[in-house]
Design a protein around this ligand. Structure first.
Ligand code: NDP
Ligand code: MG
Length: 387
């Protein structure tokens, strides 16, 4: 039996993971499920899957979780330390699907026990790439990408020599406002931004798709995980979201990964790797799709893509600063304290302010220095917003 833990089990990726695990129930023991505020879902899944522990990230919800689990035999716990304890429980495969930088520490704990980490949480590599990869290396732990573009690149690279890669192209749908006149973006609401044309995902990543902060994080994630040079990584707009990434080789050949916009493919690939097993994923009918379209992204519409290039050049803790400024600006946008386009301006300003602080770029990346950079960036965002 394989021992499996899901960090962020109540979210969009977590629920898709549970859907797959339910189908392979006879081969899997569920160790821990973690969630945040959705206690009802967490308790329901923990009981159904016979998890050993269920953890909420919030101390004030412990009592509610205990009551929801009473008589089931599933142990309840709460808080940040409990999340880390859950990640430290011996497991073969751990899904990292907490949203935001909150996913970093439990992911590191999972790597320290040598578990295979299925990595959906892109903030892990963006904020602390070198630390995360070194932790995996030292503990002989494997990281398997789950973000669809990175899973696509990983799959296209199977059996290939990475030195023969000349370029990688990741695709972007263009998000909710792809076809909006650029002048209208300033008045876009969080509700409008949270409607993705193709993918069904959590609220935050969906809004990040509209601004392309999501793609910006993904370019940095590609750089960190595969160690390609920034100039080898390209982004193109592909409204159909069927080609997830392409890898170009020095001999001119390109491998494209094509599939329906269903995260269960990438999750299932990571769950079954190195095998490929049956997955409940639609088989594409290319003749009914007819054509696929591609376009250059407009950097005036998506300034986040330009900022990602700056982060990749500077490296160090600028990834942590960029991510934290983005997370905090997004909080303010969701709370309707700032407009959609203000997010770009604020993130760029904070990046400029903090990257001129040389210490921040040169400091060694540790969990503490990432936390410090994260804290500073959030403070700067709040100061700019006047909150
Ligand atoms: P969701 O918002 O749907 O789910 C997030 C999960 O994290 C929930 O279980 C939530 O609990 C929990 N959570 C929220 N805040 C905290 C916290 N402070 N501490 C611990 N747990 C917390 O997000 P998604 O599933 O969409 O995304 C998860 C990660 O995967 C993100 O990093 C995202 O960028 C990445 N990703 C997602 C994709 C997708 O298709 N959704 C595709 C590729 C990558 P609760 O809901 O109970 O409050
Ligand atoms: Mg993605």
């Amino acid at each position: 039996m394989r021992r499996v833990t899901i960090l962020g089990a109540t979210g969009s990726i977590g629920q898709n993971t549970i859907d797959l695990i339910r189908r392979q129930k006879s081969q899997i023991d569920v160790v821990a499920l973690t969630g945040g505020r959705n206690i009802e879902q967490l308790a329901k899944d923990a009981i159904e899957l016979g998890a050993e522990i269920a953890v909420t990230a919030y101390d004030d919800l412990l009592q509610e979780l205990r009551e929801a689990l009473s008589g089931s035999g599933v142990k309840a716990s709460a808080g940040t330390a409990a999340l880390n304890e859950a990640a430290a429980q011996p497991a073969d495969w751990i899904m990292s699907a907490i949203v935001g930088v909150a996913g970093l520490e439990p992911g590191l704990v999972a790597l320290k026990q040598g578990a295979t980490l299925a990595l959906a949480n892109k903030e892990t590599l963006v904020t602390a790439g070198p630390l995360v990869l070194e932790t995996a290396r030292r503990n002989d732990a494997k990281i398997l990408p789950v973000d669809s573009e990175h899973s696509a690149i990983f799959q296209a690279l199977q059996g290939e020599d990475i030195a023969s890669v000349s370029r990688v192209i990741i695709t972007a749908s263009g998000g909710a406002f792809r076809d909006w006149p650029i002048e209208s973006l300033a008045s876009a609401t969080p509700e409008q931004a949270a409607k993705h044309p193709n993918w069904s995902m959590g609220q935050r990543i969906t809004i990040d798709s509209a601004s392309m902060f999501n793609k910006a994080l993904e370019i940095i994630e590609t750089r960190e995980y595969f160690d390609f040079l920034p100039e080898q990584i390209e982004v193109i707009v592909h409204p159909e979201s069927l080609v997830h990434a392409l890898v170009g080789f020095r001999d001119g050949g390109m491998m494209a990964h094509v599939g329906p916009p269903d995260m269960r493919h990438a999750i299932g690939y990571a769950l079954n790797w190195p095998q490929r097993l049956d997955l409940p994923v639609e088989s594409l009918d290319l003749t009914s799709i007819g054509s696929l379209t591609f376009a250059q992204p407009d950097l005036t519409r998506y300034p986040a893509l330009r900022l990602a290039r700056e982060v990749m050049e500077m490296r160090g803790l600028t990834g942590a600063v960029f991510n934290a400024a983005k997370e905090r600006a997004l909080d303010h946008f969701i709370a309707q304290r700032i407009g959609f386009c203000d997010m770009n301006v604020i993130v760029e300003t904070v990046l400029e302010q903090l990257s001129s602080n040389e210490g921040l770029i040169d400091t060694e990346i540790t969990l503490d220095t990432v936390r410090e950079a994260d804290h500073l960036a959030r403070q700067r965002v709040d100061a700019l917003v006047g909150k």
